[in-house]
Write a protein that binds this ligand. Sequence first.
Ligand code: NAD
Ligand code: LMR
Length: 332
Amino acid sequence: MVKAVVAGASGGIGQPLSLLLKLSPLVDELALYDVVNSPGVAADLSHISSNAKTSGYLPKDDGAKAAFKDADIIVIPAGIPRKPGMTRDDLFNINAGIVKGLIEVAAEVAPKAFILVISNPVNSTVPISAEVLKAKGVFNAQRLFGVTTLDIVRAETFVAEVAGKSNPQELTVPVIGGHSGDTIVPLFSQISPSVTIPDDKYEALVNRVQYGGDEVVKAKDGLGSATLSMAYAGYRFAEKLLKAVKGAKGLVEPSYVYLPGIPGGEEIQKKVGVDFFSVPIELGPNGAEKAHDVLGNITEREQKLLDAAIAGLKGNISKGVTFANAPPAQKL
Ligand SMILES: NC(=O)c1ccc[n+]([C@@H]2O[C@H](COP(=O)([O-])OP(=O)(O)OC[C@H]3O[C@@H](n4cnc5c(N)ncnc54)[C@H](O)[C@@H]3O)[C@@H](O)[C@H]2O)c1
Ligand SMILES: O=C(O)C[C@H](O)C(=O)O
């Protein structure tokens, strides 16, 4: 029996992501949590004649605890999205507290769940999540994932366009680092099967992967950020993880993880000098089974991108860690 939870289920990402999970034969129970409309979304989805038993929860009557109880996988797209002119870090003041609160509940009632954090700024919300789980004594780095899959999905799409490939999903394009602007590092030298990016297209392609999110924010013109492509990406990661947990082999997807807690991660941590970093992760019954070191063969141009990414990540990570460990604000 697999119980999946979506926290933020009524939102732009939450609804299509919940639909995809409802359609999945890998999910037996689907609990939808949000501060608004989750019973409505659940009632709607529950009429679909697929396997998963679906229910919706609101904050009243300890709804978060009831929704999260004994979950196997909790996906978190709760929080506000960007508007034009904002960075992901501008979302910190609101989303940090939302994620912290949800992780506290998860730690209490579903301490062994796989947790997939989508809420931005991912570079900081994942460190916040790790710190909360550590404080509650239930942190297992192999079970906490920052979802960076949308960067990989974009890289596949944009590279296929440039390279004239008809099926982007046949390409594996490693994207490492973090999930915002220049912390996103596509490794075009390691595309498999190999693709050569023409020199005059390289910079624009890197930029498009790094700032693909802004493209959508601009096009939506004040009505939010990527939702449908994100629901696809979040589902793709969740599905791979659930398949790997059931024993499927060879499933690898980059994710933003706490490197020192993942087999193979410590060596990468020593090279990059930050604890949280996205690299291709081999998934298995315990979650993140192995962090793949893809730094050995990077080009000079990629090294420059990496240096900029690490500089940005340092600030994002320490901001999250500091927030998570700050004493509760005094009430006046
Ligand atoms: N990781 C990524 O690649 C990626 C991609 C796209 C968007 N995002 C992020 O995902 C988040 C959600 O985006 P969206 O477009 O779905 O936003 P949205 O505003 O459409 O939906 C967010 C939902 O969260 C709910 N919510 C707010 N506080 C909550 C709480 N305490 N508990 C439960 N639910 C709560 C809201 O009611 C709303 O339904 C944003 O922070 C956005 O930046 C991340
Ligand atoms: O761009 C955003 O703010 C949302 C998301 O992180 C994205 O990459 O689309």
